[in-house]
Design a protein around this ligand. Structure first.
Ligand code: ADP
Length: 397
């Protein structure tokens, strides 16, 4: 099923401007439940999106992202719970509003263009319900295609366009009717890396210019962080955390969120000191400082999750062992320095990422401007600012 038609909004008559001339819907989901046999794809999920905000739902395969976005679109019906778009209940125990009457449009992973229609006709199709004069519709279609850089290719059929171009047509089709809500279902997954990056910027710009509220789903953390005003991390049909990307990265609410948003690795040890949200964890010789959850107290076993940004390499020195953070002294807030050996090095364009092994485990994504040769003995420095400790046994596995 393809949803491209949009109902007219109060300001949709003011067409032709690239300004953000309308406000998006407020989206409010309460207790959303969708069951497939014994499996709860949505397990009592709550979600609130402010008008005009760009929200990205991030989660592993099977966490319920598509089910949620399809329920918002009206392609799926909830078993329980409610969805409000603006003040209107589009789905609750009594009411179900058809997709084409929800004032939204959706961009799909596989583009979902009509193969027998040209790019122009595909975009124009989204305006059909509006019954605009031909000249006005033609002007809107022309503008939308121009915005995605496809003015010269409007007469081509999808089969005559590249994947990236087809997705641009789908994007033009999604915004041409000035919907109040734009839904994106992994729209970049089928494109290669370079194109993905460019189209990501276009989606961000075009969506924000339109003033529509946007909900975008992906399993790609970097895509989510790059696009979102707010990121929701989804796990087993529930939101595990809903916050700005910076907050998610710096203060992940759970071990699952931390693991799913990029770690160099993790070490386990025993908490030897806990105060004001900060803990010292003895790994068995070296002590690392970390932000700790409130549940952690002294003598608890803890897992220290280490962001790649917290790691750096330095030459082995006489101070390597002595560089260990000492609890209760001024040096307790300093980084730990742990002897390690380089297992692997990968060139990443802007520098090199290393995999290193120390006696507490392996760390990946350790960045340096210069390459360290495999087998080199070094020290890995660990900055407390990028370390988060959780009680052992509260992780994703
Ligand atoms: P995601 O988009 O995060 O990969 P989905 O929303 O597609 O997750 O799926 C959530 C869970 O619901 C998965 O376990 C999936 O297998 C299951 N599921 C989704 N759609 C159906 C369906 N039509 N029939 C049975 N199970 C389904």
């Amino acid at each position: 099923m393809t949803i491209t038609e949009t109902t007219s909004s109060p300001v949709a008559a003011t067409t032709g401007s690239r300004e953000a001339i309308q406000h998006g819907h407020r989206v409010s989901v309460r207790g959303a439940r969708k069951q497939y046999g014994a499996l709860a794809a949505l397990d009592g999920l709550d979600l609130d999106i402010e008008p005009g905000k760009f929200t990205v739902l991030l989660g592993p395969s099977g966490s319920g992202k598509s089910t949620l976005v399809r329920s918002l679109a009206g392609i799926e019906r909830l078993d329980a719970g409610s969805i409000h778009l603006g003040d209107v209940a589009v789905s609750d125990g009594h009411r179900y509003v058809a997709p084409e009457r929800r004032g939204l449009s959706m961009v799909f992973q596989d583009y979902a263009l009509w193969p027998h229609l040209t790019a122009q006709q595909n975009v124009a199709y989204a305006l059909k319900r509006r019954k605009l004069p031909a000249a006005e519709a033609g002007k809107l279609v022309g503008e939308a295609l121009e915005r995605v850089g496809l003015s010269a290719k409007g007469a081509r059929y999808p089969s005559e366009l590249s994947g990236g171009e087809q997705q641009r047509v789908a994007l033009a089709r999604a915004v041409v009717g000035r919907p109040s809500l734009l839904l994106f279902d992994e729209p970049l997954s089928n494109l290669d890396a370079d194109l993905r990056e460019r189209l990501r910027v276009e989606i961000s710009t075009l969506t924000r210019e339109s003033g529509a509220t946007a909900l975008y789903i992906t399993h790609d953390q970097s895509e989510a962080f790059a696009l979102a005003d707010t990121v929701g991390v989804l796990r087993a049909g529930r939101l595990e955390q809903f916050a700005a990307p910076e907050e998610i990265y710096q203060n992940p609410a759970t071990q699952f969120v931390a693991q799913f948003t990029g770690l160099a690795g993790s070490f386990t040890g025993r908490v030897v000191h806990a105060r004001e949200g900060s803990v010292a964890v003895d790994l068995g010789g070296h002590v690392v400082m970390a932000r700790g959850s409130e549940a952690l107290g002294a003598i608890d076993d803890a897992v220290v999750l280490i962001r790649p940004t917290a790691t750096s390499l330095e030459a082995v020195s006489d101070h390597a062992e002595a560089g260990t953070a000492r609890v209760g002294s001024a040096s307790a807030v300093t980084s730990a320095s742990i002897p390690a050996v380089v297992l692997d090095v990968a060139y990443r364009g802007r520098g090199y990422e290393h995999v290193v092994e120390c006696r507490y485990g392996v760390l990946g994504g350790v960045f340096d401007n210069r390459p360290w040769t495999r087998g080199t003995h070094c020290s890995v420095r660990i900055d407390p600012a990028g370390c988060i400790a959780f009680p052992v046994g509260t992780g994703a596995n």
